[in-house]
Design a protein around this ligand. Structure first.
Ligand SMILES: [Zn+2]
Ligand SMILES: [Zn+2]
Length: 258
């Protein structure tokens, strides 16, 4: 691909990441407001009495909130990784650094809004605490405490479970990655065929290696691809290519396994 096309595509990706990020901020803001409503709902005694809110409904709402927040955080992480990856690529294309600066821009307004909501939540939390001790009757306090402990316990057990499962998960992912890598290397070796010393080629002369463009030394290990006896490469140069492609980089013909 042309370098210009790549950088244009990367800028596109950056723009998309920016849009997704903004949407995530909006969703998080919505979730925070929802949480505030739930907190108000369980903390105002008159509302509690009148609506006869079921504690199970509130637990359900809070679980729902946690689930949505978890999803938002997960998506945000993915977007960050993509954004960071493409940023590094753009920086590697030296003349494109200015493009990145332009793309970055300032889209922090919604984040600020979220921080504001957190401040409100902090204040509200204190009010709830005071109200609990002043206004609520004893049984409501007990129910709320129980409710709080149940939610805490769910989170604690969740964390504990993650702590136990994570090492196994990481081990499995690593093993899969290693196997995949080994499979690719074996595949590459089968595709490029046997490697021989350049000096063993009976003083035949070839074009310089198509990949690194360096002429061959007598000690260099080289391979001849199955497509054409003139398509000769350094073994070290063609192997990384063959790990991800099954065609000749010069003529694009499919390579036969040897
Ligand atoms: Zn080479
Ligand atoms: Zn070829």
């Amino acid at each position: 691909m042309d370098e210009l096309i790549i950088s244009e595509r990367l800028v596109e990706i950056q723009e998309q990441c920016k849009k997704i990020s903004s949407s995530l901020n909006l969703i998080q803001l919505y979730l925070n407001i929802q949480l505030i409503i739930v907190i108000i709902y369980i903390s105002l005694p008159w509302l509690y009495e009148y609506q006869k809110a079921s504690i199970f409904y509130l637990i359900w709402r809070l679980l729902q909130y946690s689930f949505h927040l978890f999803s938002v955080i997960k998506i945000r992480k993915t977007v960050d990784i993509i954004s960071e990856g493409s940023r590094q690529f753009i920086e590697q294309l030296n003349d494109q650094i200015d493009v990145w600066a332009a793309v970055k821009g300032n889209h922090g307004a919604l984040s600020k809004c979220n921080e504001f909501v957190y401040i409100i939540m902090f204040g509200l939390g204190n009010v709830v605490l005071l109200q609990n001790t002043l206004l609520l009757s004893k049984w409501i306090l007990v129910v709320q405490l129980l409710f709080g402990w149940i939610v805490l316990a769910i989170f604690a057990f969740g964390l504990l479970a993650i702590c136990f499962i994570m090492p196994f998960f990481i081990y499995r992912v690593n093993r899969q990655r290693r196997e995949e890598e080994r499979r690719r290397q074996e595949q590459a070796i089968r595709l490029i065929g046997t490697q021989i010393k350049y000096s063993d080629l009976n003083s035949q002369t070839f074009q310089p290696c198509y990949i690194c463009l360096q002429p061959y030394d007598n000690d260099d290990l080289i391979v001849t691809l199955s497509c054409n006896p003139n398509h000769v490469f350094h073994s070290d140069c063609i192997r990384p290519w063959a790990e991800i492609n099954d065609t000749c980089p010069v003529c694009r013909q499919r390579l036969q396994q040897q």
